[in-house]
Design a protein around this ligand. Sequence first.
Ligand SMILES: Cc1cc2nc3c(=O)[nH]c(=O)nc-3n(C[C@H](O)[C@H](O)[C@H](O)COP(=O)(O)OP(=O)(O)OC[C@H]3O[C@@H](n4cnc5c(N)ncnc54)[C@H](O)[C@@H]3O)c2cc1C
Length: 393
Amino acid sequence: MEYISENLKTPIAKKCDVLVAGGGIAGISAALAAARSGAKTILLEKQFMLGGLGTCGLVTIYLPLCDGLGNQVSFGIAEELLLMSIKHGADAKYPKPWLENGTKEEKAKRRFEVQYNPYLFAILAEKLLLKEGVEIMYGTSACSAVCDGGKIKNIVIENKSGRSAVEVKSVVDCTGDADVAYLAGAECAKYSYKNILAAWYYYTDKNGGFHLKMRGVADEADNPVEKLVDKTFEAVENDELCEMTYLSHGSIYSDFVKHWEKDKSYALTSLATIPQVRMTRRIAAEYDLDLADDHKKFDDSVGMFSSWRKAGPVFEIPFRSLYNGKVKNLAVAGRCFGVKDNLWDLSRVIPVCAVSGEAAGCAAAMSDDFASLDVSKLQEKLTQNGVKLHLDD
Ligand SMILES: Cc1cc2nc3c(=O)[nH]c(=O)nc-3n(C[C@H](O)[C@H](O)[C@H](O)COP(=O)(O)OP(=O)(O)OC[C@H]3O[C@@H](n4cnc5c(N)ncnc54)[C@H](O)[C@@H]3O)c2cc1C
C-alpha cells in the first residue's frame, strides 16, 4: 500500500451534548429521546432522508411489538413510531385488534405489526425531530473519532461544506455497522454467517397500487429461503458493498424483465438507495445478549423485544449490551448493539432498533460515562416515558 500524508487543521464547527451518528430507526429514536431529555442534540445522516433501511432501504414492514400471545412487550418510542408510520393509513397488515380495543384472544391471533409508506415515514420523522429541537445534519458522514482519556471529544464530519469537527459530551452510534465504535477503537465483532444478497424493490402493475417485492428473504441465519446468488457478504468494506449493489440491481432488472415481458404495465418504481444488509459489524458489549436469555430478567433492563419469527420468546435488553466500557461516552443502538450471532437476526429488526435507540439516547443525555451511570435513574426516566422494562411489569 502506498500512502500520502495530509496536513489537516480541522475547525470545530459545532458543539452539542449528544451526537447521534446515523438517522435510521435507531438514530431517530435516540435523537428524539436525547432531545426530549433536554440535551442539545445533533443527528448526522449521510443521506438526505431519515429512516435508513426502514425508508431508503425499502424495508417497510414494522415487525411486531407483541409476543404473539396477545401481550405487548415493546413500548415508548417503538410504539410511537409504529403509530406515526400509519398516520395516513397502513400499506398492509393493519393490526385491528391492537388499535381498536380487541380482546387478548384476538390480539394473540394477529401480531402488532404494520406495513407503511417509506416516504411518508421519512417526512413525518423529520418533522417530529425538528419539532423536538434536534439539529439534523443531512449529507454528513461521521468519519473519525478523536478520543482523549477514554472518551470521544470530537467527531470529525464531512459534508458539502468540507471537513470539520463536532465537540461532544456523549455519542450514540446508530450507523447500523458500529462505524463510530470501530473508528473510536472499541472492540467490535462481525457476523460469522455473513449476509445473503437482497434485492427488494417497489413496482406498480395494471391493478395500480404500490407493491413491495421482497427478493432475498432471510430464513434461519445459515439457511436462507431464497438465495439470489451463490455467495454471502460481510458488507463492511466498500468494494464488497459495490459488488452487492451491482448484483442486486442485476437481479432486480432480470425480475422486472420477466414480469414486463408478460405485462407491459409492470413498472419498477423504487430502488433502495442504501445497501440492503442485515447483520454486519456490532460492538462487543459489556454483555452480549444471547438466544438463551429468552425470558431472563436483567436488573439493568432498558426495554424488551419479542421474536418476529415465532410466538413466545421475549428478551429484556440489559443496558450493558449498549456499550463497551473502553470508550466511556459511547453507546450503540439499532442493528449493531451487543448480541451473540444466534440472536442477531431477532435483535436487528425495526422495533428493537427503536427500543435500544430510546434507551441509548436517554442514557447519553444523562451521562458521559456509561459504566458509572446509575442505571436506576435511567430506568426511572424510561418508565416515565412509557417504556416497560421487565416481563412482570
Ligand atoms: C433485506 C432486508 C429485509 C429486512 N426486513 C425487515 C422487516 O421486514 N422488518 C423489520 O422490522 N426489519 C427488517 N430488516 C431489518 C431492519 O430493516 C434494519 O435492521 C433496521 O431498519 C436497522 O435500523 P438501524 O437504525 O439500526 O440502521 P440503518 O437502517 O442501517 O440506519 C443507519 C443509518 O446511518 C447512516 N449512516 C451510516 N454510517 C454513517 C456515518 N458514518 N455517518 C452518518 N450516517 C451514517 C445510514 O445512511 C443510515 O441512514 C430487514 C433488513 C434487510 C436488509
